[in-house]
Write a protein that binds this ligand. Structure first.
Ligand SMILES: NC(=O)C1=CN([C@@H]2O[C@H](COP(=O)(O)OP(=O)(O)OC[C@H]3O[C@@H](n4cnc5c(N)ncnc54)[C@H](O)[C@@H]3O)[C@@H](O)[C@H]2O)C=CC1
Ligand SMILES: CC(C)CC(=O)C(=O)O
Ligand SMILES: [Mg+2]
Length: 355
């Protein structure tokens, strides 16, 4: 089985190194091939998603991805910015279903910025649509405003759009995920304002007829943001679009203690997938050896479970992560008084030792 390893930029390189260390210590042996992506792709080959990197991603059985981006590329034309690499991979490989589980490990209830009783026992799943919405909608661009009170002024515009089949396919994924969990699905939209959201909601209601065992509810995204900090445990599975899911999953990360704890799986219709932490390249801490590698290590576990059919190996990693948390190991982002504060590599070593 072949894994394409795309570390990317910033802390991406540091955290992927730890996940590889853990994967290499398992009983299974995987073929791994590394390629540059993001800013690293631009520096090496003049493009954030070089053809050779995309070819490797297509040919591999699964992709382990770090993160892309750096402030130094902010003035590049958009097509050459590092972020286009992850957007391009999601689109080219039709990775439309993004799973972001937010679990607050018992050892980390004190690490969340919320009161322990709000987050203790939290186990929710955000299913984010990943191929559509305003991130990919056309037309988009810059122009002179054609009308309105600022007619003639410089204007930027994007298009939020979803088609019925696009919503249907993510709805089925979300309902099936809910069937395997608490059988409650909350569809998050802004149907009180947006046509895109009204279609989203109508399709969810329609698909729900095929899943009578799952209780479907609807919530506007502004209220969902509020409920996520007020009563996060009231959710089981949340399904939402690309933009709302991006924002709500960062918010949900803080319920678990840190964004450095939130893994993700981005799957196509055959469960081929790209696995990455939910966070970015964290330029503010890159190169310091202090990033939390656990979201990436847990993403590698998701890869074993969803794409490589190695559920026992996935469980070994997940249990090892729990053991190191139990033993008090903490990177700075999840540190609490009296913990054993460690850096990125020491955290990786601790997981390795706990396998
Ligand atoms: N999938 C991807 O590759 C993503 C890339 N980005 C890119 O990353 C760059 C930085 O974006 P930001 O908005 O700052 O988001 P970010 O997620 O990189 O960082 C946000 C905050 O969380 C902290 N953080 C993130 N991961 C951490 C970890 N593993 N351990 C400890 N602390 C961690 C950072 O230090 C920072 O204070 C930008 O270029 C952005 O476009 C952002 C999100 C996802
Ligand atoms: C480049 C962004 C769309 C990536 C991001 O923020 C995410 O997927 O969470
Ligand atoms: Mg994001």
């Amino acid at each position: 089985m072949k894994i394409a390893v795309l570390p990317g930029d910033g802390i991406g390189k540091e955290i992927v190194k730890e996940a590889i260390k853990v994967l290499n210590a398992l009983d299974e042996k995987f073929e791994m091939e590394e390629a540059p992506v993001g800013g690293a792709g631009y520096e090496a080959k003049g493009h954030p998603l070089p053809d050779s990197t995309l070819a490797l991603a297509k040919e591999a059985d699964a992709i382990l991805f770090g993160a892309v981006g750096d402030w130094k590329y902010d003035s590049l034309e958009r097509a050459l910015r590092p972020e286009q690499a992850i957007l391009g991979l999601r689109k080219h490989l039709q990775l439309f279903a993004n799973f972001r589980p937010a679990i607050c490990y018992p050892q980390l209830t004190g690490a969340s910025s919320l009161k322990p009783e709000i987050v203790s026992g939290l186990d929710i799943l955000i299913v984010r649509e990943l191929n559509g919405d305003v991130y990919f909608g056309t037309p988009r661009g810059n122009r002179k405003a054609p009308d309105g009170p600022f007619e003639g002024a410089r204007e930027g515009f994007d298009t939020m759009r979803y088609s019925e089949p696009e919503v249907q396919r993510i709805a089925h994924v979300a309902f099936q995920a809910a069937q395997k969990r608490g059988k409650r699905l909350t569809s998050v939209d802004k149907a009180n304002v947006l046509e895109t959201s009204q279609l989203w909601k109508d399709v969810m209601i329609d698909v729900a007829k095929q899943y009578p065992d799952v209780e479907l509810s609807h919530m506007y995204v502004d209220n969902a943001a509020m409920q996520l900090v007020k009563a996060p445990k009231s959710f089981d599975v949340i399904v939402t679009g690309n933009l709302f899911g991006d924002i709500l999953s960062d918010q949900a990360a803080m319920l678990t203690g840190s964004i450095g704890m939130l893994p993700s799986a981005s799957l196509d219709k055959n469960n081929k997938g790209l696995y990455e932490p939910s966070h970015g390249s964290a330029p503010d801490i890159a190169g310091k050896g202090i990033a939390n590698p656990l979201a990436t290590i847990l993403s590698a576990a998701m890869m074993l479970r969803y794409s490589l059919n190695k559920a026992e190996q996935a469980e070994r990693i997940e249990k090892a992560v729990q053991k190191v948390l139990e033993a008090g190991y903490r990177t700075g982002d999840i540190a609490t008084p009296g913990c054993r504060q460690v850096g990125t590599a020491e955290m990786g070593d601790a997981v390795l030792a706990a396998l």
